[in-house]
Design a protein around this ligand. Structure first.
Ligand SMILES: [Zn+2]
Length: 633
């Protein structure tokens, strides 16, 4: 999970807030608060070397308050440019700089506040700092919303002059990005109306979110020991990972039977959301909602379509994996609730913190000495908050901003999975560190499209490092299974979602209302195609569409699939030992937002405009399935 750039910069390039939720932590926030044993230490009781050093951001709250007060002046300085953008290139350059100064400061304030608060989410004084920084941010966003419309309203000749002006050469990419929006920007009056209506347009997603997170209750079911537990979003995956098949089956039935009770309501909220996407795209003169969404990253629709075609071509390898699962689990055929449980439940590897750090360091050695030196800073400068403690935010993430170190929150308990999480989050942190070091603040934040590439590349490197060295059969099985599941969950499953989203938007664009019956029928059919006859059909899965929050973010999930395909390619490149390939990768880490995402990936060594990276990644998956089959005998 990556929280860098969680705050969208305002007034410069439009960025949408990341709806990214790590699959590792999905829905677990809040649940932790209920289950944290009171015996855990307080954050202040942890050994200092196992905590992150955030005093280097602000030594105390007074320093934070001083910067918070200074925001007023920075905001006034930025707002003073309103109505002046046409005065000349030097004035516009100054306006960009004033906006950057303001955003930089508010990001620093927010970063400190949320890191402090995440140490113990029960401390309301720290939560209050987060709320104040967020409120200030929202205020700034509103106060600078005139920037792009004012720029786009300038006479064409003036804009052309700006593009050639030496004072603005540094901002050329930003200007070009803003101008790319011009054909989709409406008149002042229309933009004002859309702006006023934007809150109402968000209603479907808000209703779904409230329903799904606050109101929806699942039944109590019995776990392996017969203890009654309330099913939650947070513990569903734990039930799905249970070695006891009847426990998985109970949780699966309880989950989908609950959603089925609200099928009409949930079909209506989803229909409302998709209609909002299609209407907005139509009003802004895009050929489709898909084109509108991909426009943001300048990604051609063909990339999306190619992904689906390529993944479908490799479905037989997935079916082979399902059949292998059935064999390992001694079943004739697996069910939809047999997809997440580990194949080797008895394999429990204890990994000490020191061992995990050593593994990660060694596994990332192929990235070179310069990378290794930066990685060492994560430990010597205490970027990482390692241990669980009372009230600590659950899961794991990488955060930080331009004026702070990168920071990693972990809840390290010594499992093998925790070691992979460490490699993953440090991938984010080192990516941010390279970008921030190489780029001015203005271009330092990379886009969501590339955000999971470096983190997943590190996971791949750790996988290969461990697999090459391990002789224990169970551990090998665990590693191979983990690797297969990553491809299954990130490429196959997310592409199935991407295909479903595409279908829903096409239906609505053809004036077909999305009823619960239609959604269930289409989802069931698509799910069957992505599981073949290797998985027993279960009518309940027809309701799965109702519980996927990502369907409320238009055309987002395909980025997971392209991200993993890119990481698979890049880790192969790095391990090949070719110096030019390593250089290309390190340049990718430094690229920030200086180029279009497809160009950044292409320069790094992955051409996502062609299906080749998807084909190669799924050939890798297929080979791993073969290895797994060989190990299982
Ligand atoms: Zn991540």
């Amino acid at each position: 999970m990556n929280l860098s750039g969680q705050i969208i910069r305002v007034g410069v390039v439009k960025r949408r807030k990341s709806p990214y939720i790590s699959r590792k932590t999905i829905g677990k926030i809040g649940e932790y608060m209920m289950t944290t044993p009171q015996t855990l230490p307080l954050h202040s009781e942890l050994p200092v070397e196992m905590t992150w050093d955030i005093e280097v951001i602000y030594p105390d709250q007074t320093a934070w308050e001083n910067d918070f007060t200074a925001i007023g002046d920075y905001l006034a300085a930025a707002v003073a440019f309103r109505g002046r953008l046409g005065e000349g290139p030097a004035v516009l350059a100054e306006a960009f700089r004033a906006g950057d100064r303001l955003n930089r400061l508010v990001e620093k304030l927010y970063t400190y506040a949320h890191l402090r608060s995440d140490e113990d989410t029960s401390i309301s004084a720290h939560r209050a700092l987060v709320d104040r920084a967020s409120a200030r941010y929202a205020e700034i966003s509103g106060a600078l919303s005139w920037f792009e419309p004012e720029l786009l309203a300038l006479p064409k000749a003036r804009l052309k002059e700006y593009l050639a002006a030496p004072e603005l050469q540094f901002y050329l990419r930003t200007l070009t990005e803003i101008l790319r929006d011009q054909p989709h920007t409406l008149s002042d009056k229309e933009e004002r109306l859309l702006g006023l209506a934007s809150d109402v347009f968000a209603s479907s997603a808000r209703i779904f979110s409230q329903f799904n997170n606050a109101d929806l209750k699942f039944p109590v079911i019995a776990d392996e020991q017969g203890r009654e537990k309330e099913l939650t979003h947070g513990n569903y995956l734990n039930f799905m990972e249970s070695p006891a098949r009847e426990v998985r089956h109970r949780a699966f039935n309880a989950m989908y039977d609950t959603y089925a009770q609200y099928r009409n309501t949930l079909a209506t909220t989803l229909f409302g959301e998709i209609k909002t996407h299609t209407l907005t795209a139509q009003l802004r003169h895009y050929p489709s909602a898909l084109a509108a969404s991909l426009h943001e990253d300048n990604v051609p629709v063909a990339v999306y379509d190619n992904l689906i075609v390529a993944v479908r071509r490799h479905l037989p390898a997935l079916f082979r994996y399902f059949k292998l699962r059935a064999k390992a689990l001694q079943l004739d055929r697996i069910d939809m609730f047999d997809l997440y449980n580990p194949l080797v439940p008895e394999c429990r590897v204890e990994v000490s913190w020191e061992e995990a750090c050593r593994w990660v360091r060694e596994a990332l050695r192929p990235l070179g000495e310069e990378y290794g030196a930066k990685l060492d800073l994560a430990f010597s400068r205490r970027w990482i908050d390692v241990l669980e403690c009372r009230g600590k935010r659950s899961g794991a993430y990488s955060g930080g901003c331009y004026d702070t170190n990168p920071y990693v929150l972990l809840n390290f308990t010594g499992t093998l999975n925790d070691a992979f999480t460490l490699a993953h989050e440090l991938g984010h942190s080192l990516h941010s560190y390279h970008s921030r070091e190489a780029q001015d603040y203005h271009y330092a934040d990379y886009r969501i499209f590339v955000a999971e590439v470096a983190s997943t590349t590190n996971e791949m490197l750790l996988h290969h490092y461990l697999l090459d060295r391990c002789t224990d059969r169970n551990l090998r099985l665990y590693l191979l299974n983990h690797h297969c599941d990553q491809f299954r969950g990130t490429i196959y499953r997310q592409t199935m979602f991407a295909e479903f989203e595409k279908l829903l938007h096409a239906l609505v664009e053809a004036d077909t209302p999305l009823t619960a019956d239609l959604l269930c029928r289409e989802y069931f059919a698509l799910n069957a195609q992505y599981h073949g006859d290797a998985v027993a059909p279960d009518r309940r899965i027809a309701m799965e569409w109702a519980r996927i929050p990502h369907f409320y973010y238009d055309f987002y999930v395909y980025k997971y699939a392209t991200g993993l395909a890119a990481a698979a390619q890049l880790s192969r490149n790095i391990l090949s030992g070719a110096p030019d390939k390593l250089t290309a990768y390190l340049e990718f880490l430094k690229a920030g937002d200086t180029k279009d995402v497809l160009d950044i990936m292409k320069d790094a060594g992955v051409n996502l405009a062609t299906p080749a990276p998807i084909d190669a990644a799924l050939a890798d998956f297929s080979a791993t399935v073969d290895q797994l089959a060989a190990e299982l005998g």
